[in-house]
Write a protein that binds this ligand. Structure first.
Ligand SMILES: NC(=O)c1ccc[n+]([C@@H]2O[C@H](COP(=O)([O-])OP(=O)(O)OC[C@H]3O[C@@H](n4cnc5c(N)ncnc54)[C@H](OP(=O)(O)O)[C@@H]3O)[C@@H](O)[C@H]2O)c1
Length: 310
């Protein structure tokens, strides 16, 4: 039987997936029709990224799963019309992109590169940066992306602490967990990387109280979600020197509104939500594998826990 796969995602990515998905489906031995329009009752799977046209999932009575193209599902998971299984994107290409972004920005802070790139003004100060092994980096979130980044940083020699909801054991990483582990995770973080999802538990996790636990002058890299940070508290911490600098890729409102203090703040680097992108070739393989599993009665990969929100 030919499956009907509805591709419901922003227009700009359709040309990428129109080519990559049929290839991956064919390789997985799946007979499917990929379409951007179909009668809801005919659809077997929805390949989805938040868009204006599909918000009500209730007419899709036959759908076996909604397969998200994005890793972050905070805009999909709370949808009350979505009763079918929801799988998030865990894409090796996305993880590699995030690894590159995080290690690059951590290295910028670790080596104090701005001093040299912006110009020394004739100051011949030969103080060398410490070795990576003497630099403590904390990664909040040890999921598909956080773990990849924590391991890459440890491989570079950094003294890495990771924090998650459930306690993990990861070679080379000091693992902490739960609300009781947060203060300790923050207290050593000369450089702090945020790779948590946006949930009711993580919103505002970096606030006036928690920022006080960081070592003075700590650097922050946030490619997680804008809602993780209380912006006023971060701006105050930057101004007081409690936080030395922040590199922010994600914001409560995107695009970051014109005139927002982050744009012009001398201690903030803004990147426009480019840390990591789902790559259509590897992501299509993940989607094809999940459809294959659905069709052969195997459990889906990367199922979202709707009660936890990620
Ligand atoms: N900027 C970009 O371009 C970009 C691209 C892709 C993704 N992202 C963001 O990156 C986030 C992480 O992605 P991922 O694939 O790594 O997600 P994931 O695999 O779901 O991992 C989430 C991690 O956060 C931890 N966590 C969740 N709630 C927590 C809590 N209340 N307290 C402590 N730890 C908590 C989880 O702990 P457990 O392991 O114990 O469950 C897990 O380790 C996404 O949600 C998205 O927001 C950004």
């Amino acid at each position: 039987m030919t499956l009907t796969l509805l591709f419901s995602a922003p227009d700009r990515i359709w040309p990428l997936y129109e080519a990559a998905l049929p290839r991956a489906l064919q390789q997985a031995g799946i007979d499917a029709r990929l379409t951007r329009e179909a009668a809801p009752e005919d659809v077997d799977y929805i390949i989805y990224a938040p868009n204006e046209t599909l918000r009500d999932f209730s007419p899709f009575t036959r759908v076996k799963a909604v397969l998200s193209l994005w890793a972050g599902v905070e805009k999909i998971a709370p949808n009350p019309t979505l009763t079918q299984p929801l799988c998030r994107m865990v894409d090796p290409g996305l993880a590699l992109g995030m690894r590159d972004y995080v290690t690059g920005h951590v290295m910028r802070y670790h080596l104090g590169m701005d001093r040299y790139i912006l110009g020394l003004d004739g100051a011949w100060d030969q103080t060398a940066p410490p070795l990576a092994r003497d630099r403590a980096v904390t990664v909040l979130g040890l999921g598909a992306l956080g773990k990849t980044c924590a391991l890459a940083l440890a491989e570079l020699g950094f003294d890495v602490t990771g924090w998650s909801r459930k306690l993990k054991e990861i070679d080379g990483i000091t693992c902490l967990a739960g609300p009781e582990g947060l203060q300790s995770a923050l207290s050593t973080a000369e450089i702090l990387v945020l790779l948590l999802p946006d949930t009711s538990q993580t919103q505002g996790i970096l606030n006036a109280d928690s920022l006080k636990h960081l070592p003075e002058g700590a650097r922050i890299v946030n490619p997680g979600r804008g809602t993780l940070i209380d912006d006023d508290a971060l701006l105050a911490a930057l101004d007081s020197g409690q936080v030395g600098h922040a590199t922010l890729d994600v914001f409560r409102i995107e695009p970051l509104p014109e005139g927002h203090p982050y744009w012009s703040h001398p201690k903030v680097t803004v990147t426009p939500h480019i840390a990591a992108e789902t790559r259509e070739d590897t992501a299509s393989e993940v989607i094809a594998e999940n459809i294959r599993r659905g069709e052969t009665g195997l459990p889906f990969l990367h199922l979202v826990d709707r009660s936890a929100g990620y």
